[in-house]
Ligand binder design. Structure first.
Ligand code: SF4
Length: 366
């Protein structure tokens, strides 16, 4: 398949590994932001194949993992209401809230449905005019245009029984937070190719200049990631700190203008809480006041309350690249994909799930 097979070519990958071995002269710590990239690295054993001087740590780029526990609890509360149909991506059904999860609510008779796109939720709303249909709209800049377009269509179709519980987050403010931390170990970033396909990479140029850190926009196949790692190491070894684009087949500097336009029309930037990390200034999107009648938080008067994470879960450190999933005492024991304690073990893009699926290392100390 074009644009896939050539990026999984073992011969090309071996060549890149040999090149990398020649380039690297000292230790470097690199972070991939996106959960999809984490899974490719684990699946193909890339972290074991690259020279041992290069350490890969995993960032907060899994949308399910960073959706706050409070938002999950709000979705659960809505799904338990007798007149509400809650529509969500499948991954979200198994994410544990503070008491239960959406799968359990559905088993108990709640009307919880799985969709592959927000537009499917609109169809449900049109088909069930006597019910309030709420879509759980989560994710990064990648899902924001489709969610925005869905709200825009709901307004223009005059739907009055559709709303969205919004938990949209933005990547650059999270990178800024990581770079501002006194504990930062990361010396170079692989930026998320899908997010940059929508937004471009000009915002990353500001970060790279301000923090003197190399950033390479990377794709999702093994050859993409080996190339991105090699480009980062080349910058670090020669003292450069700039933004380079490895994922040229999808990403341009300015991104997808029509997608950004509909995002700006429907959403505005706001402070947002990230699960495991806390509030990050200007790191999220919320519905503009013109679309307030589609905001589930307002329609259902959902109250903000703080919910504690399970004490055993160290996802905060995992999502900031400070610890590996295998350093969590619950990994593979109390916490497995069948009995997840934290979101990074639930999502197909979560770092803990990736380690469990492809490695199943024993927890540290065992
Ligand atoms: S292994 Fe489970 S408990 Fe540990 S950090 Fe990951 S999600 Fe949390």
């Amino acid at each position: 398949m074009k644009y896939v097979d050539e990026y999984r070519d073992a011969r090309v990958a071996r060549g890149l590994l040999a090149e990398l071995a020649q380039k690297v002269t000292r230790p470097w710590v690199l972070m991939e932001i996106c959960g999809g990239q984490t899974h490719t690295l684990m699946r193909y054993g890339i972290d074991d194949l690259i020279p041992s001087q290069i350490e890969l740590v995993h960032g907060p780029g899994c949308p399910v993992c960073v959706t706050p526990l409070e938002t999950i609890d709000k979705a659960i509360h809505l799904a338990e209401l007798p007149n509400v149909t809650l529509v969500s991506y499948g991954d979200m059904l198994r994410v544990p809230g503070s008491q239960t999860d959406l799968l359990q609510v559905r088993a108990g008779g709640g009307d919880v449905r799985v969709a592959y796109s927000p537009m499917e939720a609109l169809k449900v709303a049109r088909a069930l005019p006597s019910r309030q249909v709420v879509f759980l709209g989560i994710g990064f800049e990648t899902t924001a245009p489709a969610n925005a377009l869905t709200i825009w269509q709901a307004k223009h179709q005059g739907l009055t029984n559709f709303s969205m519980l919004v938990s949209q987050v933005l990547v650059p403010p999270a990178i800024r937070l990581l770079l501002s931390s006194p504990h930062i170990r990361v010396q170079g970033f692989i930026a998320p190719g899908h997010v940059c396909t929508v937004m471009g990479y000009w915002e990353y140029e500001l970060l790279s200049r301000e923090f003197r850190v190399p950033i390479v926009v990377g794709g999702f196949e093994p050859v993409d990631l080996l190339e991105a790692i090699s480009m980062l190491v080349a910058q670090l070894e020669t003292g450069r700190a700039e933004v380079e684009n490895q994922y040229v087949r999808s990403v341009t500097r300015d991104g997808n203008s029509p997608a950004q336009k509909i995002m700006r029309e429907v959403f505005e930037v706001c402070d947002r809480k990230w699960r495991g990390i806390g509030f990050i200034p200007q790191s999220g999107l919320r519905l503009r006041s013109e679309y307030a009648t589609y905001d589930a938080e307002k329609i259902f008067d959902l109250l903000d309350k703080t919910v504690e994470e399970p004490a055993a879960c160290i996802s905060a450190q995992v999502l900031q690249g400070l610890k590996k999933p295998t350093e969590c005492a619950a990994f593979g024991k109390a916490c497995t994909p069948e009995t997840p304690l934290g979101a990074p073990m639930v999502s197909a893009e979560g770092a803990c799930a990736a380690y469990y699926r492809y490695r199943r290392h024993s927890p540290v100390g065992n």
